[in-house]
Design a protein around this ligand. Sequence first.
Ligand code: ADP
Length: 507
Amino acid sequence: MAEKAKLADSPVKTPKRKKPEVVPEPRLKICFIGSECYPFVKTGGLGDVMYALPRALLKQNCDVRVIMPHYMCIPQALRRTLKFRGEFMMDLCADGTRFYVGLLETELDGITYYFIDNEEFFGWGNPYTDLVKDIPKYCFFDKAALAVLNYLEWIPDVIHCHDWQTGLVPAYLRTLFSTSPVGRAKSMITIHNLRFQGVYNIPTIQYWSGLPGYAFDYTTMKQGYEDANMFKGGLAYANAITTVSRTYAEEIQTPFYGDGLDAHLRHLSGKLHGIVNGIDVELWNPRTDHDLKSNYSYRTVLKYKPENKRALQKRLGLEQDDGKFVIGLVSRLTDQKGLDLVNAVLPEILDGNTQLVLLGSGEARYEDAFRACAAAHPDCVSATIAYADDLSHQIYAGADAFLVPSLFEPCGLTQLIAMHYGTVPIVRETGGLKDTVLPYNAFTAEGNGFTFDRYEAPLLLDAVERARKLYFTDRERWNGILVRDMKKDVSWQNSARQYRELYMQLT
Ligand code: ADP
């Protein structure tokens, strides 16, 4: 099939030569520390970013290395490729209890990955369980990550942390590690999702982290009367804070989106930056994607999308009819993702000419609701309650439109992937959705998708109806949107440059 797309793609004119990219100087040493990273472990967008951003930074003359936990759930085939690099004992708790730190290593496409091993913390099934286990686990991980850098004698210019699980890294760096070699490094922390913060009572976090008392005051980790907040501490101690879109950077400084940290973030706003995520366009490439029935580019999308649509309908047992308007939805099933709105207007969405294809897993109330809906409408609703990488690719390629009606969305990757696969997004104007999807303008015929602003079900329905109307009544303009979406630059290149600029400012 790739061959077919290739033939149809053969350029008529001599292709323009791309200007060679200027390699920025000097070379920077950047260490990513995070709790998940594709292809080893991925539960959501964080895993994608931890994979793709280091690769994009490599092209920006950065020596990037990634540190993550050695979870039991890393696939066997990948675990076998890891090499033992060393081991040592490390003090962790306030009483000086010592723990084993094993260090494994592998290299993938120019990026070195280090894995911190300790069966007591990482020998469980999933990366995240509950706070009772996760608090000690990530106290250990954060301290071990810095200890490993000293052990390796590789001192990065910037240590780039991600989400609450790595919140203690900047805190350790400015306290217990400040006089050790790694204390020279600057730190940056990226907020991928402020909803999860790692909050627990002070005695527990103080015991496990072994951090000094002054790390638990109101300007650092203390929250309310008796709790400590690991993310809050990370934000306070880091030299810079980034989040994954400009709009989300503004939103989290307000009470509704700030999840209790809005005042803290307003106070720290001088070092807060919004840099939108991209997607890895080699991994997500409809021209070469092995999961698709037919590969295509923006030149051939109109010819090959219907084949992907029929293959998707066939796989999911839906009526095979490429005249139907197919709406895709791939998501964690949580209240963040706007599924209450979808449920509220499902009867109106299913007008006889529309099919809904859902892939997701998460909260039982949503899983049950979508299962029930699929059982009631087997011809036009398919609900796959699972995590399925291959099916997600087929939905991005086979659907006509893609729904992301989130209550809040720091950046959102699914709308970017959908656009890159020529599937028109229908999104709520929040966070990164607002920054990446320009609303379709019926007068100028510009824009990338259909949007609505307030979190209200009738507004979602209105957006779906506007999209559907254009699809059925003006296919030329509809096709114009999807070709424009495929041409849109959703790669990491621009954002990686902005990250590099920020690293330079810190050093
Ligand atoms: P979040 O990080 O909040 O979950 P994002 O939009 O940033 O949301 O990233 C979601 C990523 O996870 C995308 O790559 C999406 O394709 C993938 N994903 C989400 N749910 C599933 C699922 N059930 N099966 C396969 N991939 C999924």
